[in-house]
Design a protein around this ligand. Structure first.
Ligand SMILES: Nc1ncnc2c1ncn2[C@@H]1O[C@H](COP(=O)(O)OP(=O)(O)OP(=O)(O)O)[C@@H](O)[C@H]1O
Ligand SMILES: [Mg+2]
Length: 309
């Protein structure tokens, strides 16, 4: 549906996006992750046709969006990371204004605005001046605004950064719903936990290049090649540590407060063999579990944890 071919962006001499080629399919949510300055906003602005690439091509439904920018703008809903609101407009008027400037059909205008304000839980703010809304409320209004034209591509640049936990949960529900309507959704965030819950694919960027792209499970398995095992046992902790340190594939053993943490390179079968070995050595094991690596671990491994929020 959306295809970037060797897309590059220079700001003066500085290369902010470096030969990016990716394909994004409808019905999927893509999470863009990367340290400050990785190029996420620049990529989003180019897809939204607000910034011209220095090189390469972007296709939406096989149409070159640089040539067919009017078509592209009709299809794309873009929620920027920073946006202004107008001083003397009420929430309802703001939505109405965006409908009008986008030449969206006047039919059922009121109904459409009401529906979207309801969707983001802002119906009771309909007659409030937008500049008096809190940051999170403005973000929700902006999300509603970007859905006005029922876009097939939804681009959200750090949409949840000012939202409270309840609004974040609501936003996740809204996005999951939209995904089922065959939209392609691009979302950037520094809240990695949130992305991992929501996204079908994660794209990790660094210095304008894709470091990794794939499902969360694939990325975690590829980047975090060792497993952390947590073992709780009744007694003989020191003896078990000795056995573990001599076991093939064990990289490190840490005696934690109430458990032993083992850094182990083996696959699922080798993990099960290790468990069998420990049980047959007569250790009284209370629990044995593989700790889940998550996007946070991947990010730290790839970037050294440079996620300046
Ligand atoms: N208008 C501009 N003029 C010059 N350089 C720019 C401009 N906009 C962005 N850059 C540079 O391009 C690089 C990518 O910036 P971009 O805003 O796309 O990063 P980002 O991944 O969105 O970062 P963040 O996580 O902080 O939002 C940065 O080094 C930034 O300084
Ligand atoms: Mg940005």
């Amino acid at each position: 549906m959306l295809r970037l071919e060797n897309v590059t962006k220079f700001y003066g001499d500085f290369k902010a996006v470096d030969g990016l080629s990716i394909e994004l399919k409808k019905g999927n949510i893509y999470g863009f992750v990367g340290p400050n300055g990785a190029g996420k906003t620049t990529i989003f602005k180019m897809i939204a046709t607000l910034l011209k690439p220095s090189g390469g091509k972007i296709f939406l439904n096989n149409q070159n969006i640089i040539k067919k920018y009017k078509y592209a703008r009709g299809q794309i809903g873009y929620m920027p990371d920073f946006f202004g609101v107008y001083n003397d407009m009420k929430t309802y008027e703001y939505m109405e204004f965006y409908l009008d400037i986008n030449y969206i059909s006047q039919k059922d205008k009121k109904k459409k605005i009401d529906e979207l304000l309801e969707l983001v839980n802002m119906k009771d703010k309909k007659n409030k001046y937008v500049d008096s809304l809190s940051r999170g409320m403005k973000q929700k209004l902006c999300l509603a605004r970007c859905l006005l034209k029922d876009p097939s591509v939804i681009i959200l640049d750090e949409p949840a950064s000012g939202m409270d936990p309840k609004s974040r949960i609501e936003m996740k529900k809204i996005l999951k719903n939209l995904k089922h309507k065959d939209k392609v959704i691009l979302i950037s965030s520094h809240i990695l936990h949130e992305l991992s819950e929501l996204c079908d694919e994660i794209i990790i960027l660094d210095s304008g290049k894709v470091d990794y792209k794939g499902s969360l499970d694939d990325i975690v398995n590829e980047v975090c090649q060792t497993n952390i095992l947590e073992i709780k046992l009744l007694d003989k902790t020191q003896e078990m540590i000795k056995v573990l340190k001599n076991y093939n594939g064990v990289v490190d053993v840490v005696n934690d407060i109430d458990s032993i943490k083992v850094n182990f390179t083996g696959d699922q079968l080798q993990i099960s063999n290790l468990l069998r070995h420990l049980i047959s050595s007569d250790f009284k094991i209370v629990s044995f579990s593989k700790m889940k690596n998550d996007l946070e671990d991947v990010f730290i491994k790839l970037t050294g944890g440079d996620n300046n929020d």
